[in-house]
Design a protein around this ligand. Structure first.
Ligand SMILES: NC(=O)c1ccc[n+]([C@@H]2O[C@H](COP(=O)([O-])OP(=O)(O)OC[C@H]3O[C@@H](n4cnc5c(N)ncnc54)[C@H](O)[C@@H]3O)[C@@H](O)[C@H]2O)c1
Length: 387
């Protein structure tokens, strides 16, 4: 472990951060804490105090140096009890979300927890209850809300640009483990991941629907399927296999609280689909659709246009008048995956520094978990489930 250097300024509040996790989301969070200030003029300083992960001293030390963390820990319990940390970012598998978050809140830390909030509805409820019992800030990492085009879709629905919502169609498709030779990782183990495609990617579609339309899910009927039932223990061990205990595909129909309906699919078995996160909202005055693979664009159909001019228009959502458009880049220059985390974390840090409420928070995480839980129960019991 190497020494922390304090950068506290008397003029500006400093938020001192600790991160758990150093792989996919750990890198996204590290980059975001480091660069949050380039997106917004933050009302606070940010000090990247320590990172913690399950790895060797050598690797953790190298990771900390590479991303600018001032120290590292090998036990999350030590990290979340450190007095020189104000905010804990949780970027680890789902089974660790609840214990880390509860301990962090108990120690008076603000928390950023990756999605889905938990592996079960009971755990998500316990985390939400613990968070609202405090005055601490909480974020559930539905990062796609911070894609400017998705935020623009929400604004346009709020402005009545598509009228009353009649239905939502969402499909989140990937192909990274679609070969049976792809080895076991924690995402295929229910005791660690909670569920498969459902919690991993459909959670984003559920949240995007709540975010863009403002509707709540009232009932669902779903099915879930494990396509590849066992996988090699590791890439080099193709013969030794382990059973897969989560869904590869989850599909459901739903009804919303305004009577609108929806159709959802999440799959990691769609060859050619890399990160196809698609949502379409149809209203009585028009439609909107967005797909992360073209994340800077929002498609809009306006029924009020003269019939000969009708058709979907493609909006490049990078103008300074668009949500988050006041960032560092001029219009038309587009943003990428990592930028959405920079925007998300810049907004969360700003909310903490100003003592303002923040969304998506643990209530959003809990509401999403209610839908995930209902889809799984529906698939097991083969019937509609009210939420
Ligand atoms: N917002 C998004 O779009 C998005 C994208 C991917 C993943 N996620 C979520 O982020 C979380 C992490 O996923 P990931 O893809 O980064 O996983 P990952 O496998 O890439 O990384 C997991 C990390 O957890 C650490 N870890 C595991 N056990 C630990 C322990 N006992 N103590 C400390 N560290 C431990 C590992 O060392 C590793 O750094 C999951 O909840 C996932 O659903 C969110």
């Amino acid at each position: 472990m190497y020494e922390k250097k304090s950068t506290t300024s008397k003029q500006q509040k400093e938020i001192r951060v600790g991160l758990v996790g150093h792989m996919f989301m750990g890198v996204a969070h590290s980059n975001a804490y480091r660069n949050a200030g380039i997106w917004n003029d933050l009302p606070c300083a940010v000090s990247m105090q320590a990172v913690c992960a399950k790895d060797t001293e050598e690797n953790l030390s190298a990771f900390a140096k590479k991303f600018g963390w001032q120290s590292y820990e090998r036990e999350w319990k030590i990290l979340v009890s450190r007095e020189d940390i104000d905010l804990i970012s949780v970027a680890v598998p789902g089974n660790l979300h609840k214990p880390i978050v509860l301990e962090a809140l108990k120690n008076g830390k603000h928390v950023f927890c990756e999605k889905p909030l938990a592996n079960t509805l009971a755990d998500a409820k316990a985390m939400y209850d613990a968070a609202i019992d405090t005055s601490l800030a909480h974020c559930c990492g539905f990062s796609y809300r911070f894609c400017p085009a998705q935020a623009l879709a929400k604004e346009m629905v709020n402005q009545g640009r598509i009228g009353n919502v009649n239905h939502v169609f969402a499909r989140y498709a990937q192909d990274w483990p679609s070969s049976p030779d792809f080895p076991m990782v924690w995402r295929f183990d229910k005791t660690v991941a909670g569920s498969g495609s459902l919690g991993d990617i459909c959670a984003h579609s559920i949240d995007a629907t709540r975010f863009i339309t403002g509707l709540n899910f009232s009932k669902v009927i779903g099915q879930m399927k494990t396509v590849i039932k066992e996988r090699p223990l590791s890439a080099g061990q193709l013969k030794a296999k382990q059973p897969v205990s989560v869904d590869d595909v989850a599909q459901f129909l739903c009804e919303f609280d305004n009577g609108a309906t929806g159709c959802f699919e999440a799959t990691r078995m769609a060859p050619g689909r890399k990160n196809y996160n698609y949502i379409e909202v149809n209203g009585d005055a028009g439609s909107l659709f967005w797909n992360f693979e073209e994340q800077n664009y929002l498609y809009y159909y306006d029924k009020k246009k003269p019939v000969p001019e009708q058709g979907f228009s493609k909006i490049n959502a990078t103008h300074e008048l668009h949500p988050y458009g006041g960032g560092p880049w001029p219009q038309g220059h587009g943003i990428g995956y990592a930028d959405t985390f920079v925007i998300e974390i810049a907004n969360f840090l700003t909310a903490i520094a100003k003592g303002e409420s923040f969304q998506p928070n643990f209530l959003d995480g809990l509401e999403c978990q209610k839908v995930l839980d209902a889809v799984e129960r529906s698939a097991n019991e083969n019937r509609w489930i009210d939420i």
